[in-house]
Ligand binder design. Structure first.
Ligand code: PAF
Length: 280
């Protein structure tokens, strides 16, 4: 595995592969990798003979009072795991390589219809930062396919829309969430949990599963399902942010006839804001 820190080195490497007619698959990350990320790399290797991952803690997707400064930076250990997973190139740029001008002066990308709801309601600038950096990374790597975890379902839908609206010739592949044995979705932010909070954390998945079961049994009072779920989360020790049943593709509130639903939730546990979702 080769680690590169500049766009020029990355482009030269990808151009050489392209000249040899090789397909490229890409896994963008912010590092502090866990088994879910490594699973994305393994899936990427099934998609293409050449694989690139990026590690970049993107300042524009963190709000002013969020954890950008404290976000764990574990490059050496991440590189070790990626090498063991068989990755070809790790792109780990410094902030100035991605944002050479003051952030407020730089061009940004917004996906308006999907960015102000769910996580975007409490993190108003988050998805603009995500869409901007992912668009930039796509232009830098120019992959044939890019893989994203389904744990960030809203992010995945926003990236699909970004690719459609801006005509990126990239196949977006969603990969099912990797879970701990007790159901907790793997996330870099699980590391913020104390051992007491870690024992409570699987209640998020359990609550989503209970709502999914009620939906499958035919219940269609979405508001009641959400209210019950928020009460269950609060009783378990969470501070719920949202719990919503939406149409899976466009995240709009469902009508009684919609069949492809997604239950999405975010809740605080101590200083960790956990998110998760389930298909119904
Ligand atoms: O999902 C993430 O880790 C980030 O939002 C991403 C897609 C790497 C953009 O910074």
């Amino acid at each position: 595995m080769r680690t590169v820190h500049t766009i020029a080195e990355l482009r030269a490497q990808v151009a050489a592969w392209r000249q040899a007619g090789e397909r490229v698959a890409f896994v963008p990350t912010m590092g502090n990798l866990h088994r879910g990320h490594i699973h994305l790399v393994e899936r990427a290797r099934e998609q293409a003979p050449r694989t690139v991952a990026s590690i970049f803690v993107n300042p524009t997707q963190f709000g002013p009072n969020e954890d950008f400064a404290g976000y764990p930076r574990t490059l050496a250990e991440d590189a070790r795991q990626l090498k063991a997973a068989g990755l070809d190139v790790l792109f780990a740029p410094p902030v100035a390589e991605i944002y050479p001008r003051p952030l407020e002066d730089m061009t940004a990308v917004t996906v308006p219809e999907l960015s102000g709801i769910l996580c975007g309601a409490s993190r108003p600038t988050h998805f603009r930062g995500v869409a901007t950096v992912v668009g930039k990374l796509f232009n830098m790597v120019q992959p044939d396919a890019a893989l994203f975890g389904e744990k960030d379902w809203q992010q995945l839908m926003i990236i699909r829309r970004l690719v459609e609206d801006l005509n990126f010739p990239i196949e977006i592949i969603g990969v099912p969430t990797v879970r701990e044995t007790d159901g907790l979705a793997m996330s870099s932010r699980n590391g913020y949990l104390t051992s007491q909070e870690r024992a409570i954390a699987p209640a998020l998945y359990a609550t989503l599963s209970a709502s999914a079961q009620r939906l499958r049994a035919g219940e269609r009072d979405y508001q009641r399902l959400a209210d019950d779920a928020k009460a269950a989360l609060a009783a378990a020790g969470f501070r719920p942010d949202y719990f919503e049943i939406r149409r899976a593709g466009d995240l709009k509130p469902p009508s009684g006839e919609d069949t492809h639903l997604r239950i999405l939730a975010a809740a605080w546990l101590g200083k960790a804001r956990l998110i998760d979702n389930l298909a119904v």
